[in-house]
Design a protein around this ligand. Structure first.
Ligand SMILES: [Zn+2]
Length: 277
């Protein structure tokens, strides 16, 4: 069956920036150090937040299912403390080897990745990584960094386009994108039309999963003026599937006003104070 690309032209956003704030002092550091449990497990790897933003059991289950499918790790799960575990790492069915390597590096990491629920957030578009604190552990002098993986689960419901495009830009891919930033330290690009190091790596995962590849990192932003002179910002991304010498493109769109209305650039565009490219 021939697949066709979705033709929706919704718009959206500056999908996500790493918010880097290294707090060497109190607010984000010491108080939280006190709040965290002392075992090594709780101080490194990937885990559910222990704070008010922790994922519900249903959200944790969503994360477990999507990452298990994408990596092929059949025993991937979360223990009672909310720490991600991979179980028997030889127990693999399908999935992407690159995603498995990334998750192993995340789970075994000396740094801490805390999953946070930012559903209905006006700031977080889909997901972002917040580098929160740089700790020195006890007398060892060892440094570790705390990353918050902030996820707006609701944003994915605002996507419009072909199912193939939604499948290649879903919760699991968003989590792997953020882990690629934190674990491999690969950045996004500000260059229009470029994919950037981070999503180039995620595209390798997409290829292994036979999902369409993202063609560029920064979404295309357009502005539609309604009859009542209201300016609506819309954005889209494109993905391509190559098989048998043929390329099929898929388009995904969203309204930034629904996803992250407080993103400064979106507010300016809607007020007519900035120009879409
Ligand atoms: Zn990114």
């Amino acid at each position: 069956m021939k697949r066709t690309a979705g033709n929706t032209n919704f718009g959206s956003i500056f999908w996500h920036q790493i918010v880097r704030f290294i707090a060497l002092s109190l607010l984000c550091g010491m108080l939280e150090t006190l709040a965290l449990a002392q075992t090594r497990n709780d101080l490194s790897g990937i885990r559910n937040s222990s704070g008010a933003r922790r994922l519900s059991s249903q959200q944790l289950q969503q994360v477990r299912e999507t990452l298990s499918r994408k990596s092929g790790f059949t025993e991937l799960g979360f223990d009672e403390q909310g720490t991600m575990t991979l179980g028997n790492r030889q127990n693999v069915v399908g999935g992407s080897a690159t995603a498995r390597a990334l998750l192993i590096a995340g789970v075994d990491n000396n740094n801490l990745f805390e999953l946070e629920n930012h559903s209905q957030s006006d700031e977080v578009a889909f997901a972002q990584l917040y580098e929160c604190a740089d700790w020195v552990i006890g007398e060892t002098g060892k440094h570790m960094t705390v990353f918050r993986v902030q996820v707006d689960f609701d944003d994915f419901k605002h996507l419009s386009g072909a199912n193939e495009a939604k499948a290649t830009f879903d919760l699991g891919i968003a989590l792997l994108h953020e882990l690629t930033h934190g674990v491999l330290r690969l950045p996004d690009t500000q260059e229009i039309g470029q994919i950037g190091d981070c999503d180039a790596h995620v595209n390798q995962i997409r290829r292994e999963l036979r999902l369409p590849e993202r063609l560029y990192y920064q979404p295309n932003i357009t502005i539609v003026q309604t009859n009542s002179k209201k300016r609506i910002v819309v954005a889209h991304l494109e993905f391509a599937e190559r098989s048998g010498g043929q390329t099929t493109k898929y388009r995904l769109g969203w309204f930034p006003a629904h996803v992250s209305p407080n993103a400064r650039n979106i507010a300016l565009l809607e007020k007519g104070l900035a120009k879409a490219r």
